[in-house]
Write a protein that binds this ligand. Structure first.
Ligand code: LLP
Length: 437
């Protein structure tokens, strides 16, 4: 039997699944389960791929890691090492980035409801730019900047009215969205006028849009780039506005299962650049700097979760449930989005499947299922199951439902493993609780 390998994944001499040159059974033994394992070489490869493509095409660019996909000090250090910029969406992500020593000038702050405290924090740290999302925010930030007699670079987030081909819950580019200013309904133009009218505090460097997530085609990006460039021509003539930066967000798809056929990340970049250049040249505009914000495509496939198999329940004529020692507390995506995953037994990833099982989590909820139909060799309690492609929105959406402590995170590279997030303890769980009396 074969399985789809990601990054440095390999089957070692003992026949075990190996990642980054480290035996996953050793990892499970050393750090316990559940355990998130990240293949650092694969993350580096992806980061370099995006950057190199821009360099080859000879355009000014920034590749900002959308850190909502997985945020931790070590991950920020890694992204800084690779020369990426950073997209943060909360005070918590910003704080973590600063703790990691991430260069503040390469941090971009997103969000549809940044609080006053978060804005102040962003100004205190002198981050690179704030992505303005709505009129309330223009007012809030304007007053704050005037008070402080300072100025900051901003991007205006627009919704170009394009629906990306993906799961409904994670669409953000269409008109009916909580994010950004509508291009078609005139709100974006009002926002630009407002921001340009306050040039003493706002240095408006450009526009931003994000059309969705887990997108497998370049069409949506090309349409978005085209639509925005069209609008920029109008604003160039009407408002004298020249966008130095065009940020087209993230959303590049990854392979969760054999049904997914993602493009090479570089393909998106090439197509986006082609469209922007074409539009700029045809209309006498200078080519803006192109920024992108990949999250999932940088870290998704690099993550694998190791679980230990526990109880087994056989429902005659229906299905066999195998329960693992984690579930929706460390990966809520199947429950929330009906997301699909593939997995193997870490001790025998090449062994022929002998049955189809349903992988259940251990949470008190029927919907806590990780995989509904997984072909697997016969397994017994205590064996390690490796679930692939859990690197994005796994740990970052983990929770303490049923007071289950969050698992640790390990980075593996060149035969060495490094603990980068500790396992939560029971003490951690009660740390913020106060007694009744
Ligand atoms: N930029 C902006 C403004 C975004 O809103 C997002 C994702 C990204 C970049 C990164 O998108 P990516 O390259 O990771 O697709 N929890 C959901 C995904 C929510 C994505 C929200 N925004 C999931 O687990 O699928």
């Amino acid at each position: 039997m074969t399985f789809e390998r990601y990054g440095t994944m390999n089957v070692n001499e003992a026949g075990h699944l190996e990642i980054g040159g480290v035996d996953t059974l050793e990892l499970a033994k050393r750090y316990g389960t559940p355990l998130y394992v990240y293949d650092v070489a694969l993350i580096r490869e992806r980061a370099r791929g995006f950057k190199q493509t821009f360099a080859e095409l000879n355009v000014q660019a920034q590749v900002a890691y959308a850190s909502k996909a997985f945020s931790s000090v070590a991950m920020y250090e890694l992204m800084a090492e690779e020369g990426l910029s950073l997209d943060v969406v909360s005070g918590g992500e910003l704080y973590t980035a600063i703790q990691a020593g991430f260069p503040a000038e390469r941090i971009h702050f997103h969000g549809n409801n940044k609080t006053l405290d978060e804005m102040e924090m962003a100004l205190d740290y002198q981050i690179g730019c704030i992505v303005i999302d709505n009129f309330y925010e223009i007012e809030l930030l304007k007053n704050l900047l005037k008070e402080r007699k300072t100025k900051i670079q901003v991007l205006i987030r627009v919704t170009p009215g394009i629906e990306a081909h993906t799961h409904d819950y994670i669409l953000t580019g269409q008109d009916d969205s909580k994010f950004g200013f509508g291009l078609t309904n005139g709100q974006a133009e009002r926002a630009i006028e407002e921001v340009l009218g306050n040039a003493d505090v706002f240095d408006c460097i450009g526009l931003h849009c994000h059309i969705g997530s887990q997108i497998f085609e370049t069409t949506g990006f090309i349409m978005a780039a085209h639509r925005i460039m069209e609008q920029l021509i109008v604003w160039h003539n009407k408002l004298g506005f020249d966008s130095k930066v065009l940020n087209l967000g993230g959303g590049f798809g990854v392979r969760y299962t054999e049904e997914d056929e993602p493009l090479e990340p570089e393909v998106y970049v090439r197509e986006i650049v082609k469209e922007v250049k074409k539009m700029a040249l045809a209309n006498g505009l200078s080519i803006p700097e192109i920024w992108i914000e990949p999250g999932r495509s940088l870290v998704g496939e690099a993550g694998t979760t190791l679980y230990k198999v526990g109880s087994r329940k056989e429902v005659p004529g229906i299905r066999n449930y195998l329960a693992v020692d984690g579930g929706m507390s460390d990966n809520i995506r199947p429950a929330l989005y009906e997301a699909h995953y593939e997995a193997v037994l870490a001790a025998s990833p090449l062994k022929e499947a002998e049955e189809t099982v349903a992988i259940a989590g251990k949470c008190c909820e029927s919907g806590d299922m990780l995989i509904w139909d997984l072909p697997l060799p016969k397994s017994s309690a205590g064996e390690v199951l490796a679930v692939f492609c859990t690197g994005a929105y796994g740990y970052s959406m983990a929770n303490n439902y049923n007071r289950i402590p969050r698992p640790p995170v390990v980075f593996v590279e060149d035969g060495v493993s490094r603990l980068v997030v500790r396992r939560e303890s029971y003490e951690d769980l009660v740390r913020n609780d106060l007694p009744l009396y």
